[in-house]
Design a protein around this ligand. Structure first.
Ligand code: DX5
Ligand code: ZN
Length: 228
């Protein structure tokens, strides 16, 4: 699969979301960070904004729910128009049931791990998911420094995906930029969220293209991709 770049609108101008979505035409997905001020110490947007944004853009929405009680709220984001919904395993009461519900409603189901959450306990759950998100910063804010210490977890997760022959996408989120994206791709990531690196650039659409080129160059040289 080609590398996918998902600009995070957390770094966009929230008063001009439709324009900001158009500014990254050519992106694979728009990454929408939903924060409830409980699971993370920040508050962003909810179902009504996702509904409006889904009507305003043809780019599919990748909703990253940094909220408590995702079992209760995640299905509403599918109904609002999200094509992929990510819940945090640390907050989910019943991750298998929730992933099945998201899929049954017609969206891709994705599960996120905070930096201190290991992948190993969830090996048996991977077939229930369409994507796994490894956070490369503590969730809550854009513009933080990439955590290099997450690279071994990305590598181990890619090994599990290969071992089980899964079609699971492996997303990284947090501090992904021109100076870190190649390390992520080399370790095994294939979906890259970038907020400040895209919306902080003078030409966001060009930043998306440049990041994709870098990721694809690094993937072509990566040992995990050569095995395929
Ligand atoms: C952080 C969010 C990220 C954020 C990334 O909790 O989940 O999606 O927007 O921003 P950058 O790319 O600036 O680290
Ligand atoms: Zn995010």
């Amino acid at each position: 699969m080609a590398a996918q770049i998902n600009p995070s609108i957390l770094s966009a101008d929230f008063a001009r979301l439709a324009d900001e979505a158009r500014a990254v035409e050519g992106a694979d997905w728009l990454h929408v960070d939903v924060m409830d001020n409980h699971f993370v110490p920040n508050l962003t947007l909810g179902v009504p904004v996702v509904e409006s944004l889904a009507r305003a853009t043809d780019t599919p929405l990748d909703c990253h729910l940094m909220i408590e009680a995702p079992d209760r709220w995640a299905p509403q984001y599918v109904e609002a128009g999200a094509s992929s919904v990510t819940f945090h395993v640390e907050a989910a009461a019943a991750p298998v049931r929730l992933a099945r519900e998201i899929r049954a409603k017609g969206a891709r189901a994705s599960m996120a791990l905070k930096p201190a959450t290991p992948i190993e306990p969830y090996e048996d759950l991977l077939p229930e998911l369409d994507m796994l998100l490894i956070m490369t910063v503590e969730p809550g804010f854009g513009g933080q420094a990439f955590l290099d210490i997450m690279l071994p977890k990305i590598r181990r997760t890619r090994e599990l995906i290969s071992k089980h022959g899964l079609e699971l996408w492996l997303q990284v989120d947090g501090g992904v930029s021109a100076s870190t994206i190649e390390r992520c791709a080399d370790a095994g990531a294939d979906v890259f969220v970038a907020g400040s690196a895209v919306y902080g650039a003078s030409d966001p659409a060009e930043a998306v293209r440049a990041l994709r080129n870098q990721a694809e160059g690094a993937t072509a040289k990566a040992s995990w991709a050569c095995d395929h």
